[in-house]
Design a protein around this ligand. Structure first.
Ligand SMILES: *[C@@H]1O[C@H](CO)[C@@H](O)[C@H](O)[C@H]1NC(C)=O
Ligand SMILES: *[C@@H]1O[C@H](CO)[C@@H](O)[C@H](O)[C@H]1NC(C)=O
Ligand SMILES: *[C@@H]1O[C@H](CO)[C@@H](O)[C@H](O)[C@H]1NC(C)=O
Ligand SMILES: *[C@@H]1O[C@H](CO)[C@@H](O)[C@H](O)[C@H]1NC(C)=O
Ligand SMILES: CC(=O)N[C@H]1CO[C@H](CO)[C@@H](O)[C@@H]1O
Length: 429
């Protein structure tokens, strides 16, 4: 009797905690129940080192995020040695998935002196080891805005090398097929080369599982065509892996209406894009928050910028209600996994163009620990596709400079958001 009672209780608990896992098929995300998954996400980094440790705080936030209509959070930095069980279960109970960056400010790949080595691999693996155990871990990111300049494009093969090694590690450990992707800065002059490069090549083990873009192109009263979203969508049509906005939410001019969500989840974009993540949850110096934990106070050692970073979240108006109103009415169903049989091929690897895109097609990726010396640089800039490389060779032509009609503010917005994260980091050091 007792045993069967316990079995029932345990079975009940399992059912309560069960959340469908997320995987990739073609250019879409699917839940394990066979339905297509669209990301309604919020960037969540209350504290620089790890916001997924304090379950009292996670509960307060998850509850309000559920009211908001969010189904995902993006966390930029975590401490893999921490205990994340309680917070992850709290978010799972609220129907919320995690997109987590594997790097930290000390392990990230950078474009000034690109490298990908054993120390970085071990650090990324530790985060994967910790978070793969949770069914609501939706995806891993091997980098955030690593490339922002033409001559930084030589870092792109290192980003792909990181994805290659983390995917191989995931498979060797027999972890679930948790997608591994990258979050790009929206730099007009790197488009569409970066996006195509991350997916190109015939060997799927060496390309990303998904690509995402931090885009602040839709500001104030704008439209699908005026914002530049129509052009982004044009260049993402036919892309062979999922693509979504890993940051969005321009803050000028106000009021912040989030009308771009109508395009993203509507007919214009939902057949190509898999949703968006709004930057960001907490109101702090950068001004992108949609909630606050109290009035801003004096700066103090515990509270370096005066913004309270814990407690009961209070929605900021009209940002929070505007976003919530949109998300309530926007529920694309997409396609069922069983009805979806894509025949997509990877885009061609872009050709070398001096001062624009300095990687020549599907060059051999750097090996782990290979340093960026003249030889490696030369094989990246002048090399030809390796045996495992490009499907279409180097055929993408590129025009020099910024794409016409690309607003300057997209980069500024991105910069502000990024600076906010960076500044927060230093305060908390
Ligand atoms: C790109 O150029 C800047 C100077 O403008 C330099 O500091 C940086 O090291 C260069 N990056 C690479 C990868 O050579
Ligand atoms: C990897 O690079 C970092 C610098 O980013 C360095 O501190 C570390 O020692 C390197 N690790 C190895 C194994 O070379
Ligand atoms: C789309 O791709 C074309 C080249 O195929 C490029 O010239 C254009 O700038 C891209 N547009 C955007 C918005 O990235
Ligand atoms: C694909 O890439 C992986 C990782 O680099 C490599 O181990 C494998 O041999 C490649 N497959 C082919 C067919 O080249
Ligand atoms: C979609 C939505 O609710 N939009 C509102 C955003 O906030 C402004 C200012 O309060 C309203 O005018 C919009 O109707």
């Amino acid at each position: 009797m007792r045993a069967s009672f316990l079995t029932c209780v345990l079975a009940g608990l399992t059912a309560v905690n069960a959340i469908a896992t997320i995987s990739v098929k073609g250019s879409k995300f699917f839940k394990s129940d066979g339905s297509q998954f669209f990301i309604k996400g919020i960037a969540y980094q209350l504290v620089p080192d790890d916001p997924l440790i304090n379950n009292d705080q996670c509960k307060l936030d998850a509850s309000l995020m559920k009211d908001l209509g969010a189904n995902s959070i993006r966390v930029y930095h975590v401490d893999p040695s921490g205990d994340h069980k309680a917070c992850m279960s709290t978010f799972a109970d609220a129907g919320i998935y995690l997109w987590v960056d594997l790097d930290t400010f000390t392990t990230q790949i950078n474009q000034e002196s690109p490298h990908w080595n054993e120390t970085q691999l071990k650090a990324f693996q530790a985060v994967m080891d910790e978070f793969q155990q949770f069914d609501n871990t939706a995806g891993f990111l091997v980098g955030n805005e690593v490339l922002t300049k033409a001559n930084g494009s030589v870092a792109a093969p290192f980003v792909k090398a990181a994805a290659r090694d983390l995917k191989a590690y995931r498979n060797s450990k027999k972890y679930r097929d948790i997608p591994v992707g990258y979050s790009a800065a929206d730099i007009a002059s790197l488009r569409p080369m970066l996006q195509n490069y991350m997916a190109c090549g015939t060997n799927a083990s060496e390309s990303l599982d998904f690509f995402s873009l931090n885009a602040y192109e839709w500001c104030g009263q704008s439209s699908y065509t005026q914002s530049g979203y129509s052009q982004l969508t044009k260049n993402a049509t036919g892309y062979n892996i999922p693509i979504f906005l890993s940051e969005t939410g321009c803050i000028e001019p106000k009021p912040r209406n989030f009308d771009d969500q109508q395009a993203i989840f509507g007919d214009e974009m939902s057949s190509v894009w898999s949703g968006s993540i709004i930057y960001e949850w907490i109101e702090e110096a950068n001004g992108y928050g949609i909630i606050k934990y109290g009035e801003k106070g004096e700066a103090s050692p515990e509270n370096p910028d005066g913004y309270t970073r814990s407690g009961t979240p209070t929605p900021i108006s009209p940002d929070f209600p505007n976003l919530s109103n949109h998300w309530k009415t926007l529920n694309p169903t997409g396609v069922k996994e069983s009805n979806y049989n894509p025949t997509l091929t990877p885009p061609p690897c872009p050709a070398y163009t001096s001062d624009v895109w300095e990687v020549n097609g599907g060059v051999a990726l750097p090996t782990l620990g290979q340093t960026f010396d003249a030889g490696v640089q030369s094989s990246i800039t002048k090399g030809t596709a390796a045996a495992t490389g490009s499907a279409g060779q180097a055929s993408q032509s590129a025009t020099k400079g910024a794409a016409p009609g690309s607003p300057i503010r997209e980069v500024q917005g991105m910069g502000l958001g990024l600076i906010g994260v960076l500044v927060g980091f230093f305060w908390w050091m």
